[in-house]
Design a protein around this ligand. Sequence first.
Ligand code: NDP
Length: 336
Amino acid sequence: MKYRYLGNSGLKISEITYGNWLTHGSQVENEVANDCVRKALDVGITTFDTADVYANTAAEKVLGKALKGERRESLEIFTKVYWPTGPKGPNDSGLSRKHITESINGSLKRLKTDYVDLYQAHRYDTETPLEETMQAFADVVRQGKALYIGVSEWTADQIRAGHALAADLGIQLISSQPQYSMLWRVIEGEVVPTCEELGISQIVWSPMAQGVLSGKYRPGEDLPEGSRATDTKGGANTIKKFMTDDILERVQQLAPVAKELDLSMSQLAIAWVLQNDNVAAALVGASRPEQVEENVKATGVKIPADLMKQIDKALGNVVVKDPKETAKNAPTERPS
Ligand code: NDP
């Protein structure tokens, strides 16, 4: 496993980071979740990403249990705040001082740890002054409950404003967590250049486009049993934007590129996001330990320029690049 610095901080994280959205506490049984975490640790993954909202807090609990007894100094644990998890009172979501204060305490309890390495704003809160949010984050850091601050799916302008306030308050905003894959490249135009300038890294979600880039979904064929596309608890809905015949056909054309590099298509997809120097880690999900074992072999892979071009050619116009997509997909008001 290779490790990269997170932004311009001294924190090193595993360039393949294990994430438990849609799996822990939901799609997969707790025993399988535990086996995936054990496998991740065995193959050198030290960084784990979750959120209070995943499986409505159950994912944090499952991860906390699976990591119990591990040497805390050897792990980097990331979680997030924004989406509602409670009985949906007026202050049970967003980035107000109250919700941040309550949420960090709940997350630490569920994760069975005194602190998280990275505490992330899961979305931008249009209803709370950014000054209030950053003050509350600064207090979380000063209380020793989080070491660093990050954001997720913020636009370049929002990141710049948050970073300036964090710097004034003497805390480190060092990461941005956006969706990024061969198929979804909307951060390349604005978010990445801004973050490069500010010393912020990307830790990118759905690098395999939720499994689509593994090539296992073939146009016109039945869905593989037990796959995310068949998961009625949520996965089938979130993956559907990638499940068009055009995308699935073009993804099949990546097979010869993977073969040339002696990689599986999943490994190629993960290696592809890691070619971007501003990416500190690919956040990879898994529903089985064998997937973790396979995916981790994407670490340290170099894809030559001619094959990068071949990938672009194969995918053609199904690649989404418009930087406006970040704002377009963001909530315009605090969710209840
Ligand atoms: P991926 O694109 O890595 O998809 C993971 C899924 O693909 C697995 O659960 C599995 O699903 C399938 N898969 C994995 N490996 C293989 C393989 N080798 N062969 C075939 N199929 C495979 O990422 P996710 O969408 O899971 O997101 C990763 C993480 O990113 C999350 O856990 C979370 O930490 C973070 N995230 C953050 C968000 C945010 O808003 N900040 C939003 C979403 C995710 P299956 O076997 O069921 O088909």
